[in-house]
Design a protein around this ligand. Structure first.
Ligand code: GUN
Length: 287
């Protein structure tokens, strides 16, 4: 039997529609329009596309988006000084510095310069810490979007074995913590895990976020597992593909996300939700 394909585009559209309704209510109640400011340093074409899509998602939801383009030669001090200005600007509720930044700029220093309450990426160590301890924070958009998808699909997590392949600060690590908070038994593994295949085969929920084209084979998947593919790679033929060998995996899994059209659209939907929530918290804190 073939797996049900989880339609990330449709779920993201419903999240975006909900954010649009809540934004309208928020503006009517407070007179404040949520505002996201995106900073792009340099002219990386992929980053330009991502940033454009983020701006479009904001305007579709009634959220203001400002884009600040800086040349690749911008110094770290100049970028930090711009972030300080945006931190102090009460009309800006979310600040996103598109990554990667040019090599002469220290990424960690940039992330730490953003006021935690405006860090809609959820990358600041304060927000990472709050995620660990269970406090209120902006959640990193990709793992947050995956939790939304699992919830939308009615996937039970309590007591289940969840395996996360990948240990990045942006996806793997926060993903594991969110699954743990929902009472899953979580294993984090990676490209150097001994017998990765056997670990994956134990997963009721398998999240692949390693960045290696079609590394997870159908034979690695437990029959009936839910498979979430965070990968965005090109295969040998140059075709866009995930970290999971989709055609094989769909014959074994009960539910699976496609690439494209799975996790990707959820990331932007959660960014605009984070921006609205950040604006709500900032306005409430000032009242
Ligand atoms: N570059 C690629 N994805 C992202 C993201 O989610 N946030 C930021 N800031 N940069 C990125």
């Amino acid at each position: 039997m073939s797996a049900q394909i989880i339609d990330g585009k449709a779920i993201a559209a419903s999240v975006r529609a909900q954010v649009a309704v809540k934004t309208l209510e928020f503006v009517a109640r407070t007179g404040v329009t949520p505002c996201l400011t995106v900073v792009l340093v340099g002219e990386d074409p992929a980053s330009q596309v991502y940033v454009r899509n983020k701006g479009k998602a904001c305007s579709d939801a009634g959220i203001l988006s400002r884009q600040i383009d800086l040349p690749a030669t911008t110094s770290e001090a100049q970028l930090l000084s711009l972030i300080a200005e945006l931190n102090a600007d009460r009309s800006v509720h979310g600040i996103l510095v598109q990554l990667p930044v040019p090599g002469h700029i220290d990424e960690a220093r940039v992330i730490e310069a953003i006021a935690p309450e405006k860090d809609v990426d959820g990358f600041h160590p304060m927000n990472a810490g709050r995620l660990f301890t269970g406090g209120v924070s902006c959640l990193p958009c990709t793992p947050y979007g995956i939790m939304k998808m699992l919830e939308h699909e009615g996937v039970a997590l309590k007591g289940k074995n969840a395996v996360v392949v990948g240990r990045s600060n942006i996806v793997g690590k926060p993903m594991a913590i969110l699954l743990l908070a929902r009472h899953a038994t979580v294993t984090i593994c990676h490209s150097r895990t001994a017998d990765l295949e056997a670990v994956c085969r134990n997963a009721d929920i398998l999240v692949a976020a390693v960045g290696r084209a079609e590394m997870v084979r159908g034979s690695w998947i437990k029959p009936g597992a839910v498979v979430i593919d965070v990968g965005m790679n090109r295969n040998a033929e140059g075709k866009l593909c995930g970290d999971v060998a989709f055609a094989e995996a769909r014959e074994v899994a009960s539910k699976i996300t496609p690439v494209p059209g799975g996790v990707g659209p959820m990331t932007i939907a959660m960014l605009i939700q984070n921006t609205l929530e950040a604006a709500e918290r900032q306005v409430a804190a000032r009242a």
